[in-house]
Write a protein that binds this ligand. Sequence first.
Ligand SMILES: C[S@@+](CC[C@H](N)C(=O)[O-])C[C@H]1O[C@@H](n2cnc3c(N)ncnc32)[C@H](O)[C@@H]1O
Length: 314
Amino acid sequence: MNRIFCPDCLIPLSGAFICPDCGGEIPQSGGIYIMTGDPTISAGNNGYNYIGFDTIASVYDDTRYGDDEVVENLGTVVAEHFPPGAVLLDLGAGTGIHTVNLANACSAVYACDISVNMLEKLVLKTSDKGLTNIIPVRANALDLPFPDNTFDAVIAIHLLHLIKNTDMVISEICRTLKPGGVFISTLIHFDNNPPSVSGRIDEIYERLGRQNHIGLIDSPGWSKEEIDPGLRKAFPSVKIVSDPRLNFTLPDHPARVWRQIADLTRSSQIDVDKKLHDRVMTELRDILTAEFGPDFLDTQSDRKLSIDLIVCKK
Ligand SMILES: C[S@@+](CC[C@H](N)C(=O)[O-])C[C@H]1O[C@@H](n2cnc3c(N)ncnc32)[C@H](O)[C@@H]1O
């Protein structure tokens, strides 16, 4: 099943993706349905502008993941909450790391993202894996181009902290979910005891960033603490699900975390003053060298990660 809807009048389309009602054609570019223009999503709630993901799409996979076990187990546990043959909306699908992993558990997956560059990576993964039930859509989570009660399931992985009007995103998710449909997001916990190098990079960078007011720490959307109460306001049922398959002891990747920070490719790095940034990086390097030695980026250690699912029912 490959259903898509006219973004103007929301009539279901088939085949040519031309709306039978208004005659509007959904433009396609490189296999991506373009259902939104260039909305302003950069304004943060603390006066800083946030980068879009177009600028970091080319390094996203290398600097974020790399642990197949995490992606595989997360896919398995998440899919257990879907009804058979679900029509899924993967909101903020990005480069499709989770999308391609969940496609076989679904009849169709709408992979929506605001960033065309991220979606281009998703399209490559989709065709590499020969998946035909993924529909890449450039859409804005604040104004979804789908009718009410469309999806059996919606996921938003690493998204809710990024969008300033998170309440509006949740209201769009509720609107487009079918009654009884499920919405799943994640809560990530790193255990930094004993301290891993990348855990220390994060801690010290956050402290120095705040001291120097270089505007690289806070994200515009919900904080970790705001997610649970925010969702409870919107959904009649919200459960935090901890599953032993989502507790990991992983090799630490300090070089990857360093790259995110040093190259300013972290989602929350925006409008950073380069001079201040360079000063912070020098201080950060000095502290880590004192703690772990000059080759701190090559240190081999483990880092513990656990992921909870937040499972909401409409
Ligand atoms: C941190 S990435 C997560 C990608 C993917 N879910 C993952 O876990 O790898 C967040 C994604 O959300 C997208 N995004 C940010 N604001 C958005 C919006 N208003 N509408 C749709 N997507 C948005 C970004 O472009 C980016 O690809």
